[in-house]
Design a protein around this ligand. Structure first.
Ligand code: COA
Length: 310
């Protein structure tokens, strides 16, 4: 039996920051942001809502969706580059808050690819029978490391959290293949010192190249062909990057997840947040072949091909 997703959950802050609001704060325009990125609005957490709070709410929803209790969780993995503080880890903070007293806990730093790294790490413990239930959270409060005077980056990001409980699913379902990768020579293109800094052009080129390649690789590793893919959830960073991976897989537009217009780039949270919205909208059915593909700072990347269902 393979590892798969037993339940999912998300949390996004209630405050909506529109492109119009950004027009009033900096030299940008709604038209530029929509055309160049596909973003129309993003959620921004208030001062009282930190990364661990968002992670906790998303985790609660995923645990409920999986039909387990917090005490059933063996391990908590939180993917984030915006923890409340360098340590203790966000995973330990939510372990306490959830009452997941039987769970080990650690954070993962792989930027926007973090959720892919988390799910695949969890898969290893599940398929070796070391653990039964692993909570994986992708969460980011990017607004706290955003330079609100830098129009090159300030328009792109949003806050939020997505979570999944990983465990064994029925025969034939679950994770079929994966690819994880890193190229540290590109670390200079996307990093944080005080604030987040980015060379957009270089990240764009890397993303277009890697997203298509990784998606194709996991389909091939799963022993499938492109026409057997039912749904693609790409990291929601830029609609033009997402479109390039969809075209590479020759998928029609309705078979690609698109939530970037609502949330912007929520980094490690973008794929699980999209997954939750797509499930609510009935876009993914049991036994569908779904491909997740992400990329991010590091540079890092990750893709997963799975057959949906418990
Ligand atoms: N509003 C208006 N103009 C803006 C702007 C904004 N918010 N941001 C940049 N510009 C301007 C630039 O100053 C530049 O003006 P110039 O030609 O007068 O110098 C022009 O738009 C083009 O900028 P450039 O950065 O070269 O555009 P681009 O085609 O590379 O698009 C991004 C910019 C950020 C949309 C694009 O590079 C991108 O999405 N990169 C990937 C980013 C990403 O995914 N990061 C997260 C990784 S997880």
């Amino acid at each position: 039996m393979s590892a798969g997703l037993l339940g999912v959950g998300k949390f996004v802050p209630s405050y909506i920051m529109t492109n119009e609001e950004l027009e009033n704060r900096m030299d940008t325009s709604d038209e530029w942001i929509r055309t160049m990125t596909g973003i129309e609005e993003r959620r921004i957490a208030d001062d009282d809502t930190n990364t661990s709070h968002m992670a906790y709410y998303a985790a609660q929803n995923a645990i409920e969706d999986a039909g387990i209790t917090a005490e059933d969780i063996d391990l908590i993995l939180v993917a984030t580059v915006t923890p409340d503080r360098p340590f203790p880890a966000v995973s330990t903070m939510i372990q306490h808050k959830l009452g997941a007293k039987n769970a080990a806990a650690m954070d993962i730093s792989a930027a926007c690819s973090g959720f892919m790294y988390g799910i695949i790490t969890a898969q290893q413990f599940i398929e070796t029978n070391a653990y039964e239930h692993i909570l994986v959270v992708g969460v980011e409060k990017l607004s706290k490391i955003t330079d609100w005077d830098d129009r090159n980056t300030a328009v792109l990001f949003g806050d939020g959290a997505g979570a999944a409980v990983v465990g064994k699913v029925s025969e034939g379902r679950g994770i079929l293949s994966f690819e994880l990768g890193a190229d540290g020579s590109g670390g200079k293109y996307l990093y944080q010192d005080d604030y987040l800094h980015m060379n957009g052009r270089e990240v764009f080129k890397f993303a277009v190249r890697q997203m298509g390649l990784s998606a194709e690789n996991v389909i091939e590793k799963a022993g499938l062909t492109k026409d057997e893919v039912d749904y693609l959830i790409p990291h929601q960073a830029n609609i033009r990057i997402m479109e390039s991976s969809r075209e590479k897989l020759e998928l029609p537009i309705e078979k690609m997840s698109k939530t970037i217009h609502k949330y912007g780039n929520t980094s490690a949270a973008s794929i699980p947040i999209s997954l939750v919205d797509d499930l609510i909208d009935g876009k993914i059915k049991d036994d569908d072949v779904v491909v997740f593909v992400g990329f991010g700072g590091g540079l890092t990347w990750g893709a997963i091909c799975l057959r949906w269902g418990r």
